[in-house]
Structures are given as structure tokens and as C-alpha cells.
Design a protein around this ligand. Sequence first.
Ligand code: ZN
Length: 313
Amino acid sequence: MVRTLIILLAMCASPHSVIAGSADIGDPEIETINDHEFAFDLDGSRISVDIRDRVLREKKDILLAWVVYSAQTVHRYYGRFPVRTVHINLQVSAGYTVRFGQAFGGDKPRLRIVVGENVTPEMLRKDWIMVHEMVHLAMADVPQRHRWLLEGLATYVESIARAQRGYLSEEFVWNGFINRMPQGLPQDGDQGLDRTPTWGRTYWGGAVFCLLADIEIRRLTDNRKSLRDALRGVLDAGLSMHANASVMEVFKAGDGATGVAVLVPLYHKMKGDPYPIDLDTLWTNLGIAIHDDSVVYNDDAPMAHVRMQLLKS
Ligand SMILES: [Zn+2]
């Protein structure tokens, strides 16, 4: 079954604060298959990149470096690249930025990413779309009413994975979460995540679900386990984008991997009920606030220990 996941341009972040980082896995050797197709192996996964447009092909070195960096970032978060093979089509448009992407599942997953013809190394370093689309590869194809899970995971994990690799500052991530997560809160008439397919509930409502799950897993295990362990368990169960699955299969696999019941009960609370979250209280308990556009930390807050670890591992 093939499905399409469309990134909305409105999600595009303000300029990222990018800092240096290092990969846990070495840089792969790029193979030239023909004049427009390139490929590399990453820890047993085969990633091929198709660049048919002549203008983009002149930038192939910086584009391939961006694909490698994104794949390494996803590999580090999940402990592997999520699928055995993926074919990435880079297509051209006007402009200086990465414009949008789509992920297609099935036996041979592929990504379609549209890139501005004047893109620069600096803009590629700031891009979040390639990592977002690669995160989609790490989740099974679930029924359409659960699209909030797919987009919420991609939205949340993209930031966490890039921060854990050292490419986003903690300040940037928390600033983004504090400013954007309110878009995921229920509005009048909300019927829960499964039955309210608005943009806000799909992307940021799903991200709120992920944040709450991450915090609760860490709280219950005294920071020994996290959402990352749950998602690695989902891949261990074979539930990557190669597979079709129910969300209960996904959540049970995740809870089984961490040893604490978090995903299943949280899903039952949020699937058919607005389940409003007091984000201001959550930020206070984590010990973060924004003053004059800067993030201010309170390390004496009751869940500061969870917050301090969340962007590290
Ligand atoms: Zn997406």
C-alpha cells in the first residue's frame, strides 16, 4: 500500500541555531551509479539518490552531504537506519531553500524532496525536512485516522534527533516547542486525536503526545528509558514503513521495549477525547520559561532532571 505524507510549508522553522556535532557512524563512500543516480550504504541500508535536474546536479556534492548527514542523524536516534532501502528523488524548484517533501511506503520506500535551485550549504544545514521525511520511514503504515501519530513523531523526533546529535541548541528546541506546541491543543468541538484531523492537531497535537510520552517514560524509569527506546522497540518488532500495522501493535511494541505502560494508556486518553493539556504548568515543572525571547532554566523545578536529559540521550 502506497501512501503520501505531505509536509506543510507553514511548519518551516525560523532560522536554526546550528552548532557543531559529530556522528556515531562514519561517513560512507558515495557511489556514482550513472550521470544522475548516486548511492551509499549506511550500516547495512542502501540509500540511493536521484538528481535528474541539471542545475541541482551541479550542486550534487553539497546535496549528497546533506542526505548523508540526515541519514546519520536518523541512524543515531534509532540505532540503525529504519529501512533496508530507500530511493530519494531530489527535484528542483525556484528559491534558496528545501521546499517540501513526501514519503511513500511499501516494499520499496521512497522520498521525494523538492529543493530550490539556488540552495546553499548554509540553507541545507538549517533544513529539517529531510530528517522529518526519514523519520517517517521508521513507523509502520497505520490507518489514516492516526496520521497525527506519523506527523507528530516526525515533528517531535526531528528536533530531538538533531539536538541529540548536537546540530540544534537546547535553546532553539525549547523555544520552538514552547511557541509551537500550543497549536496542537484542542479547540472547540475537538473529538480527540483520532477524530480531529486539523493541521494543528495532526502535527503539533501529535508532537504533544510524543512529548508527554517521552517525559512519562523517563519519569517512570528514572531517565533510564525514553521514547527513543520505545521507537527502537517498534523497529525491533518489524514495524517500519515497510509494514502495515494498527496503532495498538505499535504502542504495545513500544511499551514492551521500555517495560512501562505509557503509550497504550496515553493513546486511550487522547484518541477520542480533547484531553486538554496545561502546557504552561508542564513547562514550569520542566523548569523552562521564555523571557525576552530567551529560554530561562530553573534547575530546581520538580522535573528539571527529565528536561536536562531529554535533548542529550
Ligand atoms: Zn510528515
